[in-house]
Design a protein around this ligand. Sequence first.
Ligand SMILES: NC(=O)c1ccc[n+]([C@@H]2O[C@H](COP(=O)([O-])OP(=O)(O)OC[C@H]3O[C@@H](n4cnc5c(N)ncnc54)[C@H](O)[C@@H]3O)[C@@H](O)[C@H]2O)c1
Ligand SMILES: O=C(O)C(=O)C[C@@H](O)[C@H](O)[C@H](O)COP(=O)(O)O
Ligand SMILES: [Zn+2]
Length: 362
Amino acid sequence: METILIQTPSKKYPVHIGSGVIEGLSSYLIKSFPSITNVMIITDENVADLYLNKLVNTLATIDTVSYVVPSGEKAKTFDVYYQCLTFALQQKLDRKSLVLAFGGGAVGDLAGFVAGTFMRGIPFIQVPTTILAHDSAVGGKVAINHPLGKNMIGVFYQPEAVYYDLNFLKSLPLREKRSGFAEVIKHGLIQDVSFYEWLLEHIHSLDDLTEEQLSYCLARGITIKGAIVSQDEKESGIRAFLNLGHTLGHAIEAEAGYGEISHGEAVIIGMVFALQISSDKLGFTFNHEKLVSWLNQLGYDTEVPSHLSVERLLEKMKQDKKSVGQTVQFVLLKEIGQPVMMGIDDDYIVNKLKGFLKTGEE
Ligand SMILES: NC(=O)c1ccc[n+]([C@@H]2O[C@H](COP(=O)([O-])OP(=O)(O)OC[C@H]3O[C@@H](n4cnc5c(N)ncnc54)[C@H](O)[C@@H]3O)[C@@H](O)[C@H]2O)c1
Ligand SMILES: O=C(O)C(=O)C[C@@H](O)[C@H](O)[C@H](O)COP(=O)(O)O
Ligand SMILES: [Zn+2]
């Protein structure tokens, strides 16, 4: 069991990681929120089936109401957000109530946005259940999607605490492990060459990760993210480096239809693309073949599905939150651990993307 402290200008909070940490949640809530009215648990269908009873039992004497949303990106819609607010009002939540996000990144992003906007903000707790959520549960970016762009409607709103109980992760399907591990790899690439090399050397399959390996990777990722977020909570500078792979990744998710290609799957393709641009534009010397063959061994696709239109992907990238005017911005690497932000012109992107479509699919 391990606790990592995140300290941003707006909030200092602990991330408790380990098997069984959930057992400490009830006493923490009673101690830290002595006049709590009730807790609204927001979770999704899959997590509710697997673990909602356990969580409610764990919270024992605390009054809870639960709202179950569709799983995956279907949770991050304006309709579902509105339904959550309606339920909160019907259940008489007040300013002494608390929202508890119980699930992966989709649930966390939705629930955090509900908490951050209900009555102008009530406290919330993250109880993540996916590997990916080592990223999403930390740092306070909470948002829903718009058909025109990913995470376009949201706020920065930090949780009070994160209880990351690794027992919940045991039921994750392989595809979800893979999706979540993409952000672990990202954290290594942007900040920590020795962690990245450790990953290449030790992780050969995502299906038989040991608990030790998993908790090391999650803690390392959270520490890297926490250090960045504590210096730049609202992304006026270095926080944007956490977006490596996301300029193209988010465009792929939106173009394919949210949920068709998962966040992590899209980010991996986006990272490989960004590293190729890094070589062209910054002379980044790097063994691409080694990275790509490792990623393929782990089961990732590393090229853009060929049914997606290059021109439409470019349009989506222009709407990215990082764009300046109409210039698409990419996080690139000078070296592993040395990210930079760079505007890239449209013609270059289109030509590069054409050579980056998955072959044999047309
Ligand atoms: N806010 C941030 O900083 C941030 C960071 C990274 C990603 N994100 C967002 O997070 C989302 C992706 O997160 P995710 O991959 O966790 O997605 P998710 O919440 O959709 O979960 C993925 C799938 O796994 C299922 N699931 C969750 N926990 C499970 C468990 N323990 N056992 C079995 N199944 C389980 C879910 O029901 C869902 O079907 C994206 O919307 C992405 O944009 C946000
Ligand atoms: O926390 C951050 O900052 C990140 O960029 C982490 C990303 O992994 C995450 O996908 C985030 O939701 C992307 O944010 P966005 O501002 O690009 O929508
Ligand atoms: Zn991400």
